[in-house]
Write a protein that binds this ligand. Structure first.
Ligand code: FAD
Length: 401
């Protein structure tokens, strides 16, 4: 740790000590915490600044699916998008087994399977596509005895496929990532005016501390846009893609982790369902087509629409008593032509600043590789202690106070 006087000394005031780090990471969602772990293991002096609760924006609102992109292949083709992400479930499994730099050993998935189902066997050319050699090892058609309990009802007469994907409990994931780096994750909303760029990096004028960072790594999700504007960074630019998710509280005793393809007319799952512990039962969380279509609806209209969709796709479950609520949340990403979905994790260096959006939870290991490639070797030594409070974990949208 080095301390150096600042300009205030010349004016006779107490100098604000300057502290040095290799990287100041702004934003403690999955991207910021993942990078903090990776840089810690690789010997970098890094600190994280998080404005609110850790994971509090997209990460805790996400469905926690670690997927290989097969849902992008519903047009019947393997596209660039589905290929870039295909290796991610295996990569994450290495982390869960403690065989990667980011060690997630001890973190049990919420579900170690993810399914696709359709209420009829008539899936057109998708049936032969799913059976094709190119998808071998990534998708498997199940026989009835292997169906997940929510689809094992005699009222269901369709098809079920098992994917090579799994689902993580994002609060537990964030808690696991926080443990090794908790002493360097601080609660502070970085204001644009607190940043100045210097020849050697960036200087952050934080309460009680002048922090000199060789790299400023922006992993602030939607908060990255205003910081880019202040730093005069015109490219990359940020795009926001809105979603309107549905939370379903009910007393049906089984969880479900599945894409519903019943009657789809567009190459997108009609419902993407995950289940999360809710007291003694399960809360079902709905994304997919319904969350995109729901952007133009009021919460009440979307809740009514969701009730009809569930009744159409899973008619053997009584939905009358279910309580619906909705959640609007934006995905923050690098701008794409026509506002399209990016295919890969994104990291770019502009001067001393690194701009990073994972674009998907699944792609965070890829983001880690990309950011590491942009950094010079670390300076030896531990990161300095900042005079800021530690950040706490945020709460998932379905968790009750
Ligand atoms: C509804 C939904 C469902 C999704 N489901 C999946 C899924 O199942 N699988 C998948 O692979 N991907 C999924 N995604 C995408 C995935 O969740 C995101 O790509 C990922 O969580 C983004 O993480 P992040 O760390 O970049 O951003 P965030 O989680 O948004 O974290 C950014 C953090 O930065 C902080 N911050 C902002 N401004 C500042 C500032 N000035 N100073 C300090 N801190 C600041 C915020 O408080 C926040 O905690 C989903 C996304 C959404 C919205």
């Amino acid at each position: 740790m080095t301390a150096a006087p600042d300009q205030a000394a010349a004016g006779g005031r107490e100098p604000t000590p300057a502290l040095d780090v290799d990287a100041a990471i702004v934003g403690g969602g999955i991207a910021g915490l993942w990078l903090a772990n990776l840089l810690h293991v690789r010997g970098y002096r890094a600190v994280v600044l998080e404005a609110d609760g850790i994971g509090g924006s997209q990460t805790l609102a996400s469905q926690g699916m670690i997927h290989g992109g097969l849902k992008y292949a519903l047009s019947g083709n393997l596209t660039g998008a589905s290929e870039a992400i295909a290796g991610m479930p295996e990569r994450w499994r290495r982390c869960l087994d403690g065989r990667d730099d980011v060690d997630l050993a001890g973190l049990a998935p919420l579900s170690d399977r993810y399914y696709m189902f359709a209420g009829s066997t008539a899936l057109g050319r998708l049936t032969s596509f799913f059976a094709s050699r190119s998808l071998r090892g990534r998708i498997r058609r199940l026989e009835r005895p292997d169906y997940p309990l929510a689809l094992a009802d005699p009222g269901f007469h369709g098809v079920v496929y098992e994917l090579n994907d799994f689902v993580l409990d994002t609060p537990a994931l964030l808690a696991t990532l926080l443990r090794p780096v908790a002493d360097r994750v601080y609660r502070h909303r970085l204001l644009p005016e607190e940043v100045t760029q210097t020849d050697a990096g960036c200087e952050l004028h934080l309460p009680g501390t002048r922090l000199r960072a060789r790299r400023l790594i922006l992993t602030a999700g939607a908060g990255t846009g205003p910081l880019l504007a202040h730093l005069g960074i015109e490219s990359p630019r940020m795009q926001l893609r809105p979603l309107h998710q549905v939370l379903v509280r009910h007393d049906y005793p089984h969880p479900l982790y599945a894409h519903c393809l019943t009657g789809i007319r567009r190459p997108e799952p009609r419902l993407t369902i995950t289940s999360h512990r809710d007291g003694d039962g399960w809360l079902w969380y709905l994304g997919g087509q319904i969350a995109g279509d729901g952007v133009a609806m009021t919460g009440a209209d979307l809740a009514a629409h969701a009730r009809r969709e569930l009744a159409a796709c899973l008619p053997w479950i009584p939905w009358e008593r279910a309580e619906m609520s909705t959640l609007r949340v934006d995905r923050a990403e690098p701008e794409q032509t026509g506002g399209r979905r990016p295919d890969e994790a994104f990291a770019a260096a502009v001067g001393p600043t690194v701009v990073a959006w994972p674009t998907k939870l699944s792609l965070v290991p890829d983001l880690g590789d990309k950011v590491l490639a942009l950094l010079a070797p670390p300076e030896p030594g531990p990161p300095p202690r900042l005079a800021l409070p530690r950040a706490d974990l945020g709460r998932a949208p379905w968790s009750r106070p």
